[in-house]
Design a protein around this ligand. Structure first.
Ligand code: ATP
Ligand code: MG
Length: 590
């Protein structure tokens, strides 16, 4: 599917203003780039950076990306694109236990599917934080030598107790002023695996009395005897996020490091660390700057990886790509287009204060993106047989009548679709009633309606089975009323119904998805979010679809007339099985 060009509807935001002002004031001038990430030494003779800005999208490969990540991807890749820059895909893999190559592959797929690329001018800018472990270790040693870091042998409990509170300053560790040589030796032993996990950590020496708790000598390295998905057992010490992330940014020559608001209090340490490492000659200036924006909170969904993982692990959904999940894999399988997500990201913009975005905003972008693209088709989701009793007289025996309709009502160039009307067809069960309520214009005994793109019919009544259920509706074809033929409009009707012909319609499994959570803010206020699952989030029905729709490739989007947007399921629509997922109804419920 062709995505609309959302680049042309850029709205201004505070990040754009910052970048524009940085560029105008020449604050990014003098940056060098060696073609790959590099420290001060590697950059000394490097040419000026041709990229006007560098941003990065830094997911931890410990889960599947979700709609919140899409906001960050669109933002970071979008800014780089708009300002002649480059956006790096950085796998932030400094936490060995939870990371896996499976997630790395899924992250690449998701970013590409969204329409972005980390290959710029033939150079791939995919990086792994773990590739910087050697440098990080060197930086840690340099800080120790400069008296800016020390090995602390207090227990985790003691450290917590002595950290102080928002109103009380912390207390210096008894190890804080140990000689640098002593810390260096201990740190080497940590690295050599001679100390137990949790027995000691390396801490930056900043200020135990700082009003910002993040500056009270944060831990920067810890012992972890874990196998890493890329470095294997090479390391048994791993850098903490607060230490690793700024260094990753600096080595990659990132100019604008954009993260979510909860990292605002980390910014002073980000600047402290990079400033000292530059002073020590390890990192090149100018240094990157961190900017924070409000994360996406979307009603009716959860986006925490931990909660998503729980839904998958406990079988509340069928997998990471379950169409009810807000993961990019799930949204895609549900039938969300990449263009819809980009449009959504553009519409919500970025701000500096947290807010909830109504799910209807996402669905609005979805419908706006799908409407011009999705081919139309007719489908019957709750089938009831209709028999045209005078077919033999009017059309003649086994003959079928070829009917056609535009693939898209506003795009005649896309041609027409064809399907056959015969003596038997399928209609929606809800389109027939015995006793019509006021304002009901569809089928009831004696009433006339038009079969969309076909003829006018006049209802006679219905057959019931022994239990009294309606099993078949009977009607008479009104001659000379076929859509598109001269005089077809002479017979006026108030109702038009959709249908498919029993001769050529194809049986389909149709999965009717609804919100996974019944509540607007699942799990809000510490409530059990599992208890708020919507028991009706999936209903599977067996219906009939037009032949062209049945033949469509997996992943093809349709608007089933009167019903909404559907997509041929990416996994199960194959080998003669016809499976559609409802992406969304035609209009919101609200
Ligand atoms: P979770 O908290 O669910 O584990 P995360 O923030 O830890 O998610 P990361 O893989 O660390 O996930 O995030 C990668 C990038 O995506 C980060 O830069 C982060 O700021 C951004 N991001 C994650 N969730 C959101 C969100 N809801 N809205 C906007 N950006 C997000
Ligand atoms: Mg995180």
């Amino acid at each position: 599917m062709q995505a609309p060009d959302t680049a042309t509807i850029k709205t201004s935001n505070f990040l754009r203003q910052i970048i524009e002002s940085d560029l105008a004031a020449g604050r990014l001038d003098g940056r060098r780039y060696a073609g790959v990430p590099g420290d001060a030494l590697a950059l000394a003779d490097a040419p000026p950076d041709a990229a006007r800005i560098r941003t990065r999208f830094p997911p931890e490969p410990n889960g599947y990306l979700h709609i919140g990540h899409a906001k960050s991807i669109c933002l970071n890749f979008g800014l780089a694109r708009d300002y002649g820059g480059v956006c790096h895909l950085r796998l932030d893999d400094t936490n060995p236990e939870k990371e896996d190559d499976e997630y790395v592959r899924a992250i690449r797929d998701a970013v590409r599917w969204l329409g972005f690329d980390w290959v710029a001018d033939g150079v791939s800018h995919e990086y792994f934080a773990s590739d910087y472990f050697d440098f990080m270790h060197r930086a840690a040693c340099a800080l120790i030598e400069a008296g800016l870091a020390y090995v602390d042998e207090q227990s985790a409990d003691e450290m917590r107790r002595r950290r102080g509170t928002l109103t009380e300053p912390g207390v210096d560790s008894p190890w804080r002023d140990r000689p640098a040589a002593d810390s260096l030796e201990r740190f080497a032993q940590m690295r050599d695996g001679r100390h137990a996990e949790g027995s000691m950590v390396l801490r930056a020496k900043v200020d135990m009395a700082s009003p910002n708790i993040n500056l009270r000598d944060p831990a920067i390295y810890r012992i972890k005897f874990a196998e890493h998905h890329r470095t294997g057992k090479r390391w048994c010490i791993y850098p903490m996020y607060t230490f690793a992330h700024p260094i990753e940014d600096a080595l990659e020559r990132i100019t604008h490091s954009i993260c979510t608001l909860e990292f605002e209090d980390q910014r002073p340490f980000y600047d402290w660390l990079l400033g000292h490492l530059a002073d020590l000659g390890l990192l090149a200036r100018p240094l990157p700057h961190q900017y924070e924006f409000a994360r996406l909170n979307l009603t009716h969904v959860v986006t925490s990886k931990r909660k998503l993982a729980q839904l998958v692990a406990d079988g509340h959904v069928a997998g990471w790509d379950d169409p009810r999940l807000p993961t990019l894999a799930g949204l895609r399988r549900r039938g969300y287009s990449a263009g819809a997500l980009r449009l959504f990201a553009e519409r919500i913009g970025v701000s500096k204060s947290d807010a909830w975005i109504d799910y209807a905003t996402l669905e609005g972008a979805l419908r706006d993106d799908l409407e011009p693209h999705a081919a139309r088709a007719m489908a019957v989701l709750d089938p009831l047989k209709l028999v045209l009793v005078n077919w033999d007289e009017v059309i003649g025996g086994d003959r079928l009548d070829d009917c056609s309709a535009p693939v898209h009502p506003h795009q005649p160039e896309r041609g027409r679709r064809h399907f056959q009307l015969g003596a038997e067809l399928w209609i929606e069960r809800g389109d027939y009633v015995e006793q019509p309520p006021k304002g009901f214009f569809r089928l009831f005994p004696g009433n006339r309606v038009r079969l969309k793109y076909g003829h006018v019919i006049e209802c006679i009544g219905a057959e019931r089975d022994a239990a009294g259920n309606i099993v078949e509706v009977r009607a008479r074809l009104v001659p000379d009323t076929k859509s598109g033929t001269p005089g077809a409009d002479a017979v006026k009707v108030k109702g038009v119904i959709t249908w498919v012909g029993a001769a050529d319609a194809v049986a389909a499994e149709i999965r009717l998805y609804d919100a996974l959570f019944a509540t607007e803010h699942p799990g809000a206020g510490g409530a059990d979010f599992i208890a708020e699952l919507n028991p009706d989030s999936l209903r599977v029905v067996h219906g009939w679809v037009e032949p062209d729709a049945a033949r469509a490739a997996a992943g093809t989007h349709f608007q089933f007339e009167r019903h909404g947007y559907f997509v041929a399921d990416a996994v199960d629509h194959r080998d003669g099985r016809v499976v559609f997922n409802r992406t969304t109804t035609l209009r919101g419920a609200g």
